[in-house]
Design a binder for this molecule. Structure first.
Ligand code: AHG
Ligand code: MN
Ligand code: MN
Length: 331
C-alpha cells in the first residue's frame, strides 16, 4: 500500500494561498530548506572529510569556531542571497550586518550551527532562524527588531532531521525528514498542560552562580521534574516543546571570579532566544529574561546582544518570573 505524506512546501503553499499572501515568503523558505539540507549533508559527512575539528579562528563572541560553523554559515549566506528576497542578514558568525539584495523584503537572523560543542561527537546541533519583514510602505525602521515583529521563526535539528517552524498567529508546527529529503507530516505543537511529562533543562554546573531567586526556585521545585540537558538549545528546546517544562539559561552573577560572570546571560537575543521564544509563544508557552521581561518584547540595541532565558510552559515561567521580580536586586 503506497502512502504519501504532506510536505512542508505543500503545507506552506496551502497556508499562503488561504491567507492571500505573496509568493516571496515561499521563495525565501525554499532557500532556507535548501540551506538546511546542505548543512545536514556536510554534518553527516563531516567526520569522513575531516570537517569536525576547529577552524583555528575565533568568532565575534571570541569563541572558538569549528570548521562546520564556517561551512554552515557560508551555506546559509549563499542560499539567502540567492533567494533575492533578503535585504540584510545577521549571522552569529559575522560581526557586521550582511547586506544582500537592495530590493529584498525580509531581514533574516540566523545561527547556522548552534550547539557547536556537540559537533565532535556527531550529536545534535541546530540551525536557527528568525524572519522579520522590511517596512515596504513607510520609512524603513531598521533591522533591530524585537521578536514580536518576526513573521516566522524556526529550527532544524541536525542531523536528526526535524524541522519546527512557527508562523505568526498560525501556530507552531513540526516536520520530519523523509527518505527523499523532504520535510513531511506537519504536526501542530502545543505545550502539554499536564505536568507529569514536564522536564527541566539547564547547565547545572553553573547553579551556584545563579541569582538567589533562581537558586531558591530550583531548590524548591527541581525534584518535581525530570532533568535533561543536551547542551544545544535546538535539541533541548525540542524536548521541552513536546514534553513541556522549562529550559533556563540564567544570568551568571555570583561567580567567585568576576570575569566569569555573565550578567547579560549567554544566549544571543536575535538569532537564539527570540527564535525559540517565538516558537514557544505560538505553542502556548512563554519566555522571559532575567528581569522577567517577555523576550519577544525586547528590542535589541546591537546585533549580538545577549540575554538570560527562561522558556517553556507558562506556569513554570510565571513561577520563576515572580522570583526574578521580587529578588532581582538580591544577588
Ligand atoms: P553556540 O554553539 O552557537 O555558540 O551556542 C551554544 C549555546 C546553546 O545552544 C546552548 O543551549 C548553550 O550554548 C550551551 O551552553 P553551555 O555549554 O554553557 O551549557
Ligand atoms: Mn549559537
Ligand atoms: Mn552557532
Amino acid at each position: 500500500m503506497l502512502s504519501f505524506e504532506i510536505t512542508f512546501m505543500d503545507f506552506l503553499l496551502e497556508h499562503q494561498e488561504r491567507h492571500g499572501r505573496t509568493y516571496h515568503f515561499l521563495i525565501l523558505m525554499n532557500s532556507i530548506l535548501n540551506a538546511a539540507k546542505r548543512i545536514q549533508h556536510y554534518y553527516l559527512t563531516g567526520a569522513l572529510h575531516g570537517n569536525l575539528g576547529l577552524s583555528g579562528c575565533l568568532n565575534v563572541q571570541g569563541e572558538r569556531v569549528m570548521k562546520l560553523d564556517e561551512i554552515a554559515n557560508a551555506v546559509v549566506k549563499h542560499y539567502l542571497a540567492r533567494s533575492g528576497r533578503v535585504i540584510y542578514a545577521v549571522s552569529e558568525e559575522e560581526e557586521d550586518i550582511i547586506p544582500m539584495n537592495a530590493s529584498g523584503r525580509y531581514f533574516v537572523y540566523y545561527d547556522p550551527m548552534d550547539g557547536s560543542s556537540n559537533i565532535p561527537h556527531n550529536l545534535p546541533v541546530g540551525f536557527l532562524f528568525g524572519i522579520a519583514k522590511r517596512n515596504l510602505e513607510g520609512p524603513e525602521d531598521g533591522h533591530l527588531r524585537a521578536g514580536q515583529d518576526y513573521i516566522a521563526a524556526g529550527m532544524f535539528v541536525i542531523p536528526t532531521g526535524t524541522f519546527t517552524i512557527a508562523l505568526k498567529e498560525a501556530g507552531c508546527w513540526r516536520f520530519n525528514i523523509d527518505e527523499t529529503m523532504n520535510y513531511v507530516k506537519p504536526t501542530r505543537m502545543k505545550l502539554p498542560d499536564d505536568p507529569k511529562t514536564w522536564e527541566l533543562s539547564f547547565n547545572s554546573a553553573h547553579r551556584d552562580y545563579f541569582a538567589n531567586g533562581v537558586r531558591e526556585w530550583l531548590e524548591e521545585n527541581e525534584k518535581k521534574y525530570q532533568f535533561r540537558y543536551l547542551g544545544a538549545l535546538a535539541g533541548d528546546f525540542h524536548r521541552i516543546l513536546t514534553n513541556g517544562g522549562m529550559f533556563l539559561y540564567p544570568a551568571i552573577v555570583n561567580h567567585p571570579d568576576p570575569k566569569k560572570n555573565y550578567p547579560q546571560g549567554k544566549l544571543r537575543l536575535m538569532y537564539e532566544a527570540a527564535v525559540v521564544s517565538f516558537m514557544c509563544h505560538e505553542a502556548g508557552g512563554e519566555a522571559v529574561d532575567e528581569d522577567g521581561r517577555p523576550i519577544l518584547s525586547i528590542r535589541p540595541e546591537n546585533l549580538h546582544q545577549r540575554t538570560a532565558l527562561y522558556l517553556g510552559s507558562k506556569p513554570l515561567v510565571e513561577e520563576i518570573r515572580e522570583k526574578l521580580n521580587t529578588r532581582k536586586n538580591i544577588r
